[in-house]
Design a protein around this ligand. Structure first.
Ligand code: S3P
Length: 432
């Protein structure tokens, strides 16, 4: 439990922890590569530690010292049968991506996580994997984990995914490494493309194209004999930076410099939204090699409402709780639509954002695929139930800084999933 008091301003420099999506992938791809993968900037959060522990359980030697990780890859076909159930914790990314790899192995495995994870939809990966020839079943026959995956012979397919989901896309591409021909996935809009970028650097044969008229995006992979270990530097996570971007914009007199933030366009929708809400974000030291990065200078600015929809949604899906708080503090109406995926995150974020924003006095109407927020420019302190969703806990901690009175964040310890030092860092920037 954390108590948050209003502050007069925030100032300072922040280096946010490494990108969660890239940290997962760097360990996974390193584990199935030949040779050594050396990672700097690894996110030492619970979700990524679940990924490390799953691969250690399959015979992969992984040394970790803070944000420095060395993976001694075993190659594509030399993982060993796990002696225990693979514990994926709270991590949807671990579950869905590892399933693609496990579908191509010559041994059986069982994956299971916490209560939230075991209630999230897995049919979205079971269906395409089954079409490829994988043997995957939901042990409770409810379309959720625990999942049992047995050896199967995989065939290349073309799969049209009903959702823009990087986890679904990545699962299929990873299974495609082990298939007998080309595998492709088309999604309605381009989701984060870290798998395509990173797996290519490990030696996979991947191509991508986007239909400029409809926005539909296709990624294809050809089967491969071996991948090769790499040296990687992981940029700061824009999803973690989002809390400080919002805090600096919302609190008068604030100025924050966020160092080395990943600004891959498939992830950086929040920057576009800030601009659409009337804010200027200053980019410094931009680097466009591999995963693009920049230092972001953010100063307090007045925000107005906006519409967030369509192809923008997958580029900011994890930032919507924070954006909803910004919208409540802005002038005018904000409409978020095409975001049904919010319902199947760590919590149903349409419900958890609505409940908590209403508790703080905001004017918000949930919809089938998003929410409508009429900004009042004012929130009051309240008891916030995070429902152990890290992004709810962090978004509402920022809301608490701008509110009148005290805000209590229940279950605040869940920030360990993606940002263990979040509260310490935030406190260090606050001026009261
Ligand atoms: C992730 C993809 C996103 C995101 C999740 C991490 C990934 O999910 O919400 O936190 O690393 O691939 P979907 O793309 O499945 O919506």
């Amino acid at each position: 439990m954390k108590y948050i008091q209003p502050v007069t301003s925030l100032s300072g420099t922040v280096t946010v922890p490494g990108d969660k999506s890239i940290s997962h992938r760097s360990v996974m791809f390193g584990a199935i590569s030949k040779g050594r993968t050396e990672i700097d900037g690894f996110l030492n959060g619970a979700d990524c530690l679940s990924t490390i522990s799953c691969f250690r359980n399959m015979g992969v030697q992984i040394e970790q010292s803070g944000t420095h990780v060395v993976v001694h890859g075993r190659g594509m076909r030399a993982l060993t049968p796990p002696e225990q159930i693979l514990d994926v914790g709270n991590s949807g990314t671990t579950t869905r991506l590892i399933s693609g790899i496990l579908a191509g192995q010559s041994f059986s495995s069982v994956l299971s996580g916490d209560a939230s994870l075991n209630s999230r939809p897995m049919k979205r990966i079971m269906d395409p994997l089954t079409r490829m020839g994988a043997q995957i079943e939901s042990i409770n026959q409810n379309g959720c984990a625990p999942l049992r995956i047995a050896p199967g012979t995989l065939h290349g397919i073309h799969y049209t995914s009903p959702v823009a989901s990087a986890q679904v896309k990545s699962c299929i591409l990873l299974a495609g490494l082990y298939a007998d021909g080309k595998t492709s996935v088309t999604e309605p809009f381009l989701s984060r493309n870290h798998t395509e970028l990173l797996l290519t650097s490990f030696g996979a044969d991947i191509s991508s194209e986007t239909d400029i008229v409809t926005g539909a995006a296709t990624a294809s992979i050809r089967p491969c004999d071996e991948l090769y270990g790499q040296k990687l530097m992981i940029p700061g996570d824009i999803s973690s930076a989002a809390y400080f971007i919002a805090a600096a914009l919302l609190i008068p007199g604030s100025e924050l410099l966020l160092k080395n933030v990943g600004i891959n366009p498939t992830r950086a929708g929040i920057l576009q939204v800030c601009q659409n809400m009337g804010a200027e974000i200053i980019y410094q030291n931009q680097s466009l090699e591999g995963e693009p990065t920049a230092d972001l200078l953010i100063r307090h600015q007045k925000l107005h409402g906006t519409i967030i929809e369509g192809s923008l949604i997958p580029t900011l899906i994890d930032e919507i709780p924070m954006i909803a708080v910004m919208a409540a503090m802005a002038e005018g109406e904000t409409i978020i639509r095409d975001a049904k995926e919010l319902k199947v995150k760590e919590t149903d974020r349409i419900l958890t954002v609505t409940e908590n924003l209403r508790a703080m006095g905001a004017d918000i109407t949930p919809t089938e695929d998003g929410m409508v927020i009429r900004g009042t420019g004012h929130l009051h302190g309240a008891v916030i139930n995070s429902y152990l969703d890290h992004r709810i806990a962090m978004a509402f901690a920022v809301a608490g800084l701008t509110a009148d009175g005290t805000t209590q964040i229940q279950g605040s310890e869940c920030v360990t999933v993606s940002y263990p030092a979040f509260f310490e860092t935030l406190t260090g920037l606050c001026r009261s």
